[in-house]
Design a protein around this ligand. Structure first.
Ligand SMILES: Cc1cc2nc3c(=O)[nH]c(=O)nc-3n(C[C@H](O)[C@H](O)[C@H](O)COP(=O)(O)OP(=O)(O)OC[C@H]3O[C@@H](n4cnc5c(N)ncnc54)[C@H](O)[C@@H]3O)c2cc1C
Length: 303
């Protein structure tokens, strides 16, 4: 909890609009009995709302956080701010966000190490050349750019962070499914190929799977316009729909027949066995659909 109604609340904006933050945020004090505004969730949204309310002089505000500040998506993201969106309002919001990030250290007194550079995936796809997959195999059309497979070998900090994020989830997933304990977990060595796709209107990626790997994954950087470019998994039980009636037409989970389509969300990671056939349906939106994909195979350290 961040108390906002202390007797001496230093976080209010003064007449000049400048804000003076409290030297330290007390998160252990008792909850007030009543407040004018209670914000649930201490992620970037909740904290930003509280901050801007304080700037406007509203001081009877608490932020209620069930765990610790930024324990949700706000503490896990890649920290990217980009401005190429398909709607004007999103572009304007992001332009404002860039300005906000530029001023953040001055306004708030916290260095967020804001740096401006190109958007890595788009810059590399525009550059082509060494970034391009030299031996494309799966059917696709020119609206899909596929990078080479060394993406996670790049020393770019953002890519190393993304790799760490993917591996953390993959290892947990693999250990849960195999019933591995911490000792086994620490012996797992991951080998991998990783690449990215930038898909523009009309782009599709044909049916394929990934031989010589055990687990594969797709991380969604940006789905572009939602509702198209669906990541589609073919049901491996090919004969499961040979006879459908009321008793089996609505089976769920592992017994379901038909395909499984995923309308990817930003930041979503989809893990699947590499043998499962999948494709990407045509992307019909504006802007770019950007995904990172990887194949993994494992060894035990002393095997
Ligand atoms: C892996 C990943 C990468 C991302 N990369 C980017 C990026 O590069 N650029 C970008 O702009 N965005 C990115 N995002 C998205 C961005 O992080 C989120 O949109 C943003 O952080 C959402 O903020 P929030 O405050 O709405 O939610 P959260 O940060 O999830 O905060 C919600 C908070 O509410 C708390 N809470 C929930 N229920 C209760 C309750 N009942 N009582 C009290 N507290 C509660 C939770 O503990 C949590 O702390 C990424 C997201 C992920 C997961």
């Amino acid at each position: 909890m961040i108390p906002g109604n202390e007797d001496e609340d230093e976080s209010r904006a003064d007449a000049s609009g400048e804000i003076r933050l409290p030297a330290a945020v007390d998160s252990t004090g008792p909850l007030p009995e009543r407040v004018e505004i209670a914000i649930v969730g201490g992620g970037v949204m909740g904290l930003a709302i509280a901050y801007y309310l304080a700037r406007r002089g509203l001081d009877d505000v608490v932020v209620l956080e069930r765990g610790y500040l930024a324990e949700g998506a706000s503490g896990r993201n890649g920290g990217g701010v980009r401005q190429q969106w398909s709607t004007e309002i999103n572009i304007r919001l992001m332009q404002e966000s860039v300005e906000l990030c530029r001023r953040f250290a001055v306004d708030v007194g916290v260095n967020v190490w804001f740096r401006q550079g190109g958007y890595l995936f788009l810059a590399r796809s525009a550059e082509g050349g060494e970034h391009t997959n030299p031996r494309p195999l799966t059917q696709r059309n020119p609206q899909v750019f596929e990078s080479n497979f060394g993406l996670f070998r790049s020393s770019e900090r953002c890519l190393q962070q993304l790799k760490e994020f993917c591996w953390r989830h993959l290892i947990k997933f693999v250990c849960d499914l195999n019933g591995y304990d911490d000792a086994m977990r620490s012996r797992l060595l991951i080998y991998s190929d990783a690449w990215f796709h930038v898909t523009r209107r009309g782009g599709f990626f044909g049916l394929h799977n990934h031989p010589n790997a055990s687990w594969s994954g797709v991380y969604c950087v940006d789905p572009g316009q939602r509702g198209s470019g669906l990541l589609t998994f073919l049901n491996p039980m090919l004969a499961s729909s040979m006879y459908l009636d009321a008793a089996n037409a609505s089976l769920r989970g592992a017994f379901a027949s038909g395909v499984r389509q995923i309308d990817l969300e930003p930041g979503q990671l989809v893990l699947f066995p590499s043998w499962v056939l999948h494709d990407v349906k045509p992307y019909e939106g504006d802007g770019e659909r950007i995904t990172v994909a990887f194949n993994c195979w494992f060894q035990l350290t002393d095997a």
